[in-house]
Ligand binder design. Structure first.
Ligand SMILES: *Cc1c(COP(=O)(O)O)cnc(C)c1O
Length: 347
């Protein structure tokens, strides 16, 4: 653990700064989850034969707690949505789903116990820090044959974080890959399961070496339609329509994605199109951005596709992208009234 008093809030990036406490709960196969408890953040001990280590029976979530503008309240963004997505993912991976009340109580306890690690609200800054919360469910029981593990661990840890991409709201440069795919129809692309992210390391590494921040993945069948950008959802805007790939089973149903679609409809009166989005059309958009809990809204300035570099919005953050970013972060920090019931105040 790092002493909260030693943290330089302005220098935070998206990396681990261990906090004081984590939450741990366990569950035996065929018996219900029991409420867990807080423990000092630290190493855990599991069998080398644990299901998660051998067969990837593991899933994670990501959500954030924000310091409100008043400097006192701490607000968590849409934790019920994470609880629901985690439960769906557990079912897909043959793990006992964590009940919503246990999940929400765990989140609340972790934020409360680590209150001094929530970055302060900075009225003079566009980009704000936050306390990133990382819930995981792992098959921690020992199993030799390929099968569901006999016991499970639900754990939540936290880390104060800054911007996901270097430069915060600086437009990013992305590489479309036709050679690698993130997910296939009928697979687990719509689940935040751990193996999906190991599979993405190599393509990301290649893109980084070539001077790009991330890759854009296309669909695995026709190599034609945009799926996602790294671990974030893809959006583009043309005229007064905002486009994003439809949830087809291989795309992760982002909570930020869902929230942006709502804000674009209600507050910006944009037309929303969830569709099969050809990459050829996406590169011609007026604006584009990636969305996620970590990425928030990251403007896309350049996309390389088939050895041609396309510039979007003159490699600047687009005006509507800027508005969407502000609408979202203002709700998250209690600057703008939350008419949706998205924000949970930590009790
Ligand atoms: C987590 C994630 C997202 C974003 O989801 P949010 O709920 O908005 O954080 C998008 N794509 C992938 C692959 C992800 O893992």
């Amino acid at each position: 653990m790092v002493n909260a008093k030693d943290i330089r809030w302005d220098d935070l990036t998206f990396s681990l700064t261990p906090t004081a406490f984590m939450y741990v709960s366990t569950c035996q196969e065929n018996s219900p989850w029991k409420p867990g408890k807080l423990e000092p953040f630290g190493n855990i001990s599991i069998s080398p034969a644990a299901g998660v280590l051998n067969y990837g029976q593991g899933i994670f979530e990501g959500l954030k707690a924000y310091c409100a503008k008043d400097g006192k309240k701490v607000l968590i963004f849409r934790p019920e949505a994470n609880a629901e997505r985690l439960a769906d993912g557990c079912n897909r991976l043959c793990m006992p789903p964590v009940p919503k009340d246990i999940f929400l109580d765990a989140i609340n306890q972790v934020v409360k116990a680590n209150r001094e690690y929530v970055p302060p609200y900075r009225a003079d800054k566009v980009a704000q820090g936050s306390l990133y919360l990382r819930p995981v469910v792992w098959g921690t029981g020992a199993i030799l044959g390929v099968n569901a593990a006999p016991s499970y661990t639900f754990l939540v840890y936290a880390s104060p974080v800054g911007p996901y991409f270097k430069g915060g709201l600086q437009p990013i440069k992305l590489l479309v890959t036709s050679q690698y795919h993130r997910a296939a129809p009928g697979g687990v692309g719509s689940v935040k399961t751990i193996g999906n992210y190991a599979a993405g390391l190599f393509p990301k590494h290649l893109a980084k070496d070539a001077g790009f921040s991330e890759v854009i993945y296309l669909d695995a069948v026709e190599n034609k339609y945009v799926e996602e950008t790294g671990a974030a959802n893809f959006f583009c805007i043309r005229g007064n329509t905002i486009y994003t790939p439809e949830l087809n089973g291989s795309i992760l149903p982002g909570i930020t994605r869902r929230s942006i679609l709502q804000l674009a409809t209600d507050k910006l009166k944009l037309k929303v199109s969830e569709c099969r989005l050809p990459i050829e059309e996406a590169v011609q958009a007026d604006e584009a951005f990636a969305s996620g809990t970590a990425a928030i809204v990251s403007p896309i300035g350049q996309i390389s596709y088939k050895d041609k570099l396309y510039e979007i919005s003159h490699n600047q953050i687009g005006p509507l992208t800027q508005k969407i970013y502000k609408l979202l972060v203002d709700i998250q920090h209690g600057v703008e009234r939350d008419t949706y019931g998205w924000m949970h105040e930590v009790q």
